[in-house]
Design a binder for this molecule. Structure first.
Ligand code: HEM
Length: 392
């Protein structure tokens, strides 16, 4: 998609017919992410955007989460959800997890013993963050095969660019069912934790009384679903993109293996260069807004092309070069403003540990297929499989 983004950046805001306004340049995206006149609320979508995104109807089982709400509801729910992690806990709690994360990684890599062919997605990049988010939330790991299917369906449903009307209706029906099943499953768990709390996030969600109002049972279920899915479908792509980059550049792979301090800046450059969330398709203007000389009318649908902003030469010198020690790397890949990714510290740490350990422990890894097969999804970008050959 990157040559297309470069073409789009010639005009910061473009519109194809009656479709959404595409915003492709760094400073404009950054400004819009901080503009209170730009709404994330699904209920503000205009009818064409709602139809295009398959969101004409509200789902009674999973009401909108704070990802898709504006203040004040956004702030109330995000604060409550963050409480178990929230400031001042976040940095401590997440970095405290280093040992536990490394343990899960070691166990997964130990499982490669005796094998010479691997799919790094199915055997590592997927199970690792899923195990972590299940432990954090307190969702039983053995139920994973069930919500793997739901999570995949929900992720596919994020893709606004899909098939014929019949295919879309069939997809919508599958999505409805997946959401209902996931909601029923999580409602059961939340109720269980409300009765007998443990030391996990589901219990915190189910029992916490905030000064600014507690969550309703439905909001708890929605929030749990958001965390479960967000922890599923994004970090896997970052880890896979990282291994793909390293396997294509053996010199870089050796450097990362020998210089653990490179892991953090390497992961930032990876986020900038090939972000797992390519674009945010769900923003609506609440007023006429001037964007780089174009007046976008009230009620218009905006797509913010984060991945394009990350390659904007007005912000990043030599944007198409992968520079693992790039200074001042304030990419847009976790968003910005009030919706800035809640899981960013966790995703960063997971990916740093994963890539460092894989480069240290895999012997003679080579790509078995280049390019690997990609997912068909315009929002979430990453290989569906990453077949590699290793020396046993
Ligand atoms: C929000 C990306 C991992 C939970 C976001 C947003 C982006 C993003 C771009 C902003 C959405 C918007 O403004 O509309 C990513 C990427 C990840 C990642 C690239 C991995 C590499 C995670 C993880 C979790 C998580 C592991 C949970 C543990 C959330 C939540 C929000 C969010 C709850 C909504 C925040 C809000 O609306 O206030 N993420 N995410 N993310 N992310 Fe992540």
């Amino acid at each position: 998609p990157y040559p297309l983004y470069a073409e789009l950046r010639k005009t910061p805001v473009v519109r194809d017919g009656t479709g959404p306004y595409l915003v492709s340049t760094y400073w404009e995206i950054q400004e819009l992410l901080h503009d209170p006149r730009v709404s994330s609320d699904a209920r503000n979508l205009n009818p064409e955007a709602a139809a295009f995104l398959g969101q004409e109807e509200e789902d009674p089982n999973l009401p909108p989460t704070f990802l898709r709400l504006d203040p004040p509801d956004h702030d109330r729910l995000r604060d409550l959800a963050m409480r178990p992690f929230g400031p001042p806990h976040t940095p401590r709690r997440i970095s405290d997890m280093r040992g536990e994360l490394a343990g899960i990684v070691t166990q997964l890599i130990d499982g490669f013993r005796g094998r010479d062919h691997l799919d790094l997605v199915d055997s590592f990049a997927y199970p690792f963050p899923v195990t972590v988010i299940c432990r954090l939330l307190g969702v039983p790991r053995e139920d994973e095969p069930r919500f793997h299917v739901w999570a995949d369906t929900l992720a596919a449903g994020l893709d606004p660019v899909h098939g014929t009307p019949e295919e879309r209706e069939a997809q919508r029906e599958t999505l409805r069912r997946a959401r209902a099943d996931l909601a029923a499953y999580l409602a059961g768990l939340v109720e269980e934790r409300r009765r007998s709390p443990r030391d996990d996030m589901l219990s915190a969600l189910a029992t916490d009384h905030g000064p600014d109002g507690r969550m309703s049972p439905l909001e708890m279920v929605s929030t749990a679903a958001l965390l479960l899915i967000a922890g599923h479908e994004t970090t896997v792509n970052l880890i896979t993109n990282g291994m793909l980059t390293l396997l294509r550049d053996p010199g870089l792979l050796r450097r990362l293996r020998d210089e653990p301090a490179l892991a953090a800046p390497f992961v930032e450059e990876l986020l900038r260069f090939d972000p797992p969330v390519q674009l945010l398709p769900q923003r609506t203007t609440l007023a006429d807004i001037d964007i780089a000389g174009t007046t976008v009318p009230k009620g218009a649908s905006l797509w913010l092309l984060l991945a394009s902003g990350n390659r904007d030469p007005r912000r990043f010198p030599e944007p198409d070069r992968f520079l693992p020690e790039r200074p001042d790397n304030q990419h847009l890949s976790f968003g910005s403003g009030i919706h800035t990714c809640f899981g960013a510290p966790l995703a960063r740490l997971e990916t740093q540990i994963a890539l460092t350990e894989l480069t240290r422990r895999l012997t003679g890894p080579r790509l078995a297929e280049d390019p690997p097969p990609y997912r068909r999804n315009a929002v979430l970008r990453g290989p569906r499989h990453l077949p590699v050959v290793i020396e046993g």
